[in-house]
Design a protein around this ligand. Structure first.
Ligand code: ATP
Ligand code: MG
Length: 462
């Protein structure tokens, strides 16, 4: 309760209203006492006037009755400098104080009233007042203050109750007003912020200023500007990231194609034709430059590949073309690339994407064998069963280094080969997953490595 805005308002209002009531109470209790005493004096005057009318003879019983009715103990009238005790009874004690009601100051009235209010013991006081018109020059009466004190306490209690009711009502109204005007809009603002934070790149979630309260509206407008800016820059970043990773992938495979072209260019230089001899080095130089350019763009991340365009492809023809192309890039004395697929086998695949996948696997094996200068064979084999097709790329190379095994298929991580980027296997796996298949390292060791690729028959396995 104390922690909420409306709760604090509620409690503060109760306190403030009570404070205001106390400030009002002080003058009104003084007024109450003055009225009380004035009333007594008027009654005393009436009683004494009644007596004066009957002449001097009065019996005791009537006197007591008159005094009781007036609520005083005795009455003294002063007329033309003549002091006359008009009514009297036995005083229960001595007169301890004189209160002069003729022209009293506000301060004295308040002080005397508060003193009376807090003094419960009754005393006898002498009150002096100016009589109502025609009643002489001065009237005095002795009064027992017991009744006065009780009446003042009753009055105080009434005021206290009244203040409580007023403060509770005021607080309740204020509480509701604060809720409506402040708490509800603030909560709505917070809700909006949460909603926006869930998907800040969604421009539909940017706040629309609605409040009619100026301060809240300013807050909403500032927030709208902030959210709009954030959403825009997020979108821009996202686009740039996508662009970056797309460029990285294109560059990766482009570089491999260019590397093959460079090797072919190298061969051209061996041709004895003088024109070819002159041009070939230039081609190789241009290609080398292109390779280094693509390598420079490879610092970008990964992106979603387009979904594969599946079709049935003859395995034999597919591998034939792939292996011949790769074979051109390597000395056949060092690495022989062969393929082995049952005649008539067709595999459902996106040929362009699978070309990149198997190409990457062959290239990795070839590069490892070249680096180790270890002659051997790379075999691409394929087969099918009830669940799907499998393609294996087997080499007789040196096996994967431990660091490459730890970070297998992770972009930019597994790369330990000089000049490699560590994207090849990551891209290959992503493409195979796009086919709903799996790419795994089946075995690796000093006698060679086998990567196995499985493509499912069931399409919804993707
Ligand atoms: N058949 C293999 N024999 C030995 N090591 C391999 C083989 N295939 C992959 N590797 C190792 O795994 C690493 C990661 O391969 P990956 O294709 O992901 O990256 P890369 O070949 O280094 O770079 P990129 O292919 O991006 O040019 C390679 O650097 C290499 O060390
Ligand atoms: Mg590679």
């Amino acid at each position: 309760m104390l922690k909420t805005l409306s709760g604090r308002f509620l409690i503060l209002t109760v306190i403030f209203v009570m404070l205001a009531e106390v400030l009002i109470f002080v003058p009104s209790i003084a007024r109450f006492r003055l009225d009380y005493l004035t009333d007594r004096m008027e009654r005393a005057q009436i009683a004494s006037l009644a007596l004066l009318g009957t002449g001097d003879m009065i019996d005791d019983e009537l006197e007591v009755e008159l005094l009781e009715n007036a609520g005083v103990l005795n009455v003294v009238l002063r007329r033309d400098s003549l002091r006359q005790l008009v009514l009297s009874s036995d005083l229960p004690g001595p007169v301890t104080r004189t209160v002069d009601l003729r022209d009293p100051s506000t301060f004295v009235l308040i002080r005397d009233a508060l003193t009376r209010f807090v003094t419960p013991t009754p005393e006898i006081i002498r009150v002096i007042a100016e009589p109502a018109r025609g009643g002489g020059t001065q009237i005095e009466a002795a009064i027992d203050t017991g009744d006065l004190h009780m009446a003042m306490v009753d009055y105080g209690i009434t005021i206290l109750w009244l203040s409580l009711v007023i403060s509770v009502l005021t607080s309740a109204f204020l509480f509701l007003a604060v809720r409506r005007l402040m708490v509800t809009p603030i909560k709505a603002l917070v809700r909006q912020m949460r909603r926006y934070a869930e998907a800040p790149e969604d421009a539909r979630r940017v706040i629309e200023p609605r409040s009619s309260v100026r301060e809240l509206r300013e807050a909403e407008m500032t927030l709208r500007d902030l959210e709009t800016q954030l959403t825009q820059s997020l979108r821009q970043k996202e686009r740039l990231a996508q662009l970056g990773s797309a460029v990285a992938k294109v560059s990766h495979d482009l570089r491999n194609i260019l590397t093959t072209a460079t090797l072919l260019g190298d061969r051209l230089e061996m041709v004895d034709d003088p024109t070819v001899k002159r041009i070939a080095p230039k081609i190789v130089k241009s290609l080398t430059r292109a390779v280094s350019l693509t390598e420079g763009t490879l610092a970008f991340g990964r992106a979603e590949e387009a979904p594969p365009a599946l079709q049935m492809v003859s395995a034999d023809a597919f591998f034939q073309e792939l292996c011949e192309g790769e074979q051109l890039a390597v000395d056949p004395e060092l690495v022989r690339i062969v393929h082995d697929a049952p005649p008539g086998l067709s595999i459902r695949m996106d040929p362009d994407q699978l070309h990149r996948v198997v190409g990457n696997l062959i290239r990795n094996a070839r590069q490892a064998m070249e680096t180790a200068a270890q002659p051997g064979t790379i075999t691409v084999s394929a087969g099918e069963d009830d669940t799907g097709w499998h393609i294996r790329v087997t080499d007789t190379g040196p096996g994967l280094p431990p660091k490459a095994q730890e970070n297998l298929f992770q972009a930019f991580q597994g790369n330990v080969r000089k000049g490699g980027t560590g994207l090849g296997l990551a891209i290959a796996q992503e493409l195979v997953r796009g086919h709903g298949g799996t790419l795994e390292l089946e075995k690796t060791g000093p006698e060679g490595t086998v990567f196995c690729l499985v493509l499912p028959r069931e399409l919804d396995a993707a």
